[in-house]
Design a protein around this ligand. Structure first.
Ligand code: SAM
Length: 474
């Protein structure tokens, strides 16, 4: 790195110049600017001149616990000392919801990817004891600074934040009541420039190997029947999606956890107008607009039985009926989250698939008519439910053109024991590495107006989303 340019960039940042202007001025990208700032300040922050933050409010206005599986916060939240300066930090609404739902006052909450301390601040406000670790000493210093605010709770929780590595925790086994953590998403954002244990410097495969160690440690330190909640998002590589969310979930499951909720956290910071909208159509990709909030449980009694694949047709998926619903005049979706009404979602979703991925040559198939029309090639096949058998896949693929798209609808199910069974994860795993299929998109279809205010907050979340997995035949 040219030290003179780095110095100039820091000066421009301190003077409040916008990243895009700095980028143009020195012909550098955002990652380069982030690297300069991280080297200079020790932390990856968007505004190095920000001195004091915070508002007088110590809680969000009109806060309500989330009740369904789709979480969407229009503003990130700026009560107490919360602010968005630490790159990629999570909205305080997320740990607040998790802490209130899955722990009690006086419990011990652990965040081993503590960052600038969002979870720590929420624990202080909500009377939970807190143990925080981060590989980066400067992030821990920032956490401590962000914890400097008065709050008049009767109970003074014990809040600690130290340098530490999420893979090797200095914590007793079976001692933590809740883990609430937000890892880097492989190397999308780099949090340090030279910390050896920093997982944000790792490519996907190495990142997953290290997350396996994090999952193992999590299982060791958490008490039985308690929860470990992780936020993770997908990535994009060579126009295809890398299903990091499902891959990380597998690591926690293979280390002993079960899944009680798979929550979709919508992201509102991606642009879908003008330039981005046009590019989404021109290059045929969707802008990543969701992350997964995975609620794992360490069950007292373990049950390793896998639920059988449900061969019953979900209602409302009749192929004839779907074909009638197709509307070729719709405005195409450009993000990975499609929000449609409960009544029209199927027609809207299929219309989008047909208009984005096929000319007129499509076929819709479901569990009861798995054999596609013989001797006819399509450039889009929609499996309108997840009830296919892997063995049928080869004959299905014969009916798909080269470069054609296979779209698979999947719906999470709540099992009788309260856990989630996710055919989307199951399908992605079973087709991973298929010689003729590459996963291109993971689309979430969510219902608007889905917040059912009458639901009790203590129950499981209402499943309010579906997935469409998009594969390209190669
Ligand atoms: C997405 S950020 C967490 C942001 C945090 N939720 C917040 O709101 O400020 C991920 C954090 O993981 C830290 N990290 C990376 N590798 C780590 C490791 N092996 N152990 C502990 N922390 C690590 C990074 O320094 C970064 O602060």
């Amino acid at each position: 790195m040219n030290p003179a340019i780095a110095k100039q960039i820091i000066e421009d940042k301190l003077n409040g110049m916008h990243d895009s202007i700095i980028g143009n001025k020195y012909n550098v990208n955002l990652k380069f600017i982030e690297k300069v700032i991280t080297e200079h300040t020790g932390v990856n922050i968007s505004n190095p001149s920000l001195k004091k933050t915070g508002s007088k409010n110590l809680s969000p206005k009109n806060f309500e616990l989330e009740k369904s599986t789709v979480w969407s916060f229009k503003s990130r939240g700026n009560w107490a000392t919360h602010n968005g300066n630490y790159r990629g930090n999570w909205s305080p609404y997320i740990p607040r919801n998790i802490i209130l739902r899955y722990s009690n006052e006086g419990d011990v909450v652990l965040d081993y990817f503590c960052g600038a301390g969002t979870t720590a601040i929420e624990c202080k406000l909500l009377n939970r004891n807190f143990k925080g670790f981060d590989i980066n000493r400067s992030a821990i210093e920032l956490t401590k600074k962000n914890l400097e605010f008065g709050c008049s709770a009767l109970f003074k929780p014990c809040i600690t934040a130290d340098v530490g590595d999420a893979r090797y925790l200095n914590i007793e086994s079976d001692s933590i009541d809740l883990i609430c953590a937000h890892p880097p998403y492989s190397n999308i954002i780099n949090y340090t420039t030279d910390s050896p244990g920093d997982l944000s410097g790792l490519e996907v495969n190495s990142f997953l190997e290290e997350m396996d160690k994090v999952a193992k440690e999590s299982f060791r330190v958490i008490k039985k029947d308690k929860y470990c909640v992780i936020l993770i998002g997908d990535m994009r590589k060579n126009k295809n999606v890398v299903p990091l969310g499902f891959l990380v979930a597998e690591k926690f499951i293979s280390n002993g956890f079960v899944i009680e909720e798979m929550i979709i956290k919508r992201q509102h910071n991606c642009k879908t107008t003008g330039f981005w909208y046009k590019n989404s159509i021109k290059y045929n990709f969707l802008l990543l607009a969701h992350e997964y909030l995975l609620v794992f449980k360490k069950q007292g009694k373990r049950n390793n039985k896998k639920p059988a694949l449900d061969k019953d047709m979900p209602s409302g998926y009749s192929v004839k009926a779907i074909k009638k619903l197709i509307n070729k005049d719709i405005c195409l979706e450009a993000k990975t989250v499609w929000v449609f009404s409960q009544q029209n979602w199927l027609g809207d979703a299929v219309s989008n698939l047909v208009m984005r991925y096929s000319g007129n040559s499509y076929n819709i198939i479901n569990g009861s008519n798995l054999k596609p029309v013989k001797n006819k090639k399509h450039n889009l096949i929609i499996l309108s439910d997840q009830n296919y058998l892997k063995e049928d896949m080869d004959s299905l693929l014969q009916a798909l053109d080269h470069d054609g798209i296979l779209a698979v609808f999947c719906e999470d199910k709540r099992l009788k024991n309260g856990l989630i069974y996710s055919p989307a994860m199951e399908t992605e795993k079973s087709l991973r590495g298929h010689k003729n299929l590459k996963i291109k998109e993971i689309i979430v279809v969510a219902h608007n107006g889905g917040r059912n205010k009458d639901l009790p907050t203590n129950d499981f979340l209402e499943i309010n989303h579906k997935y469409i997995l998009i594969y390209k035949k190669t």
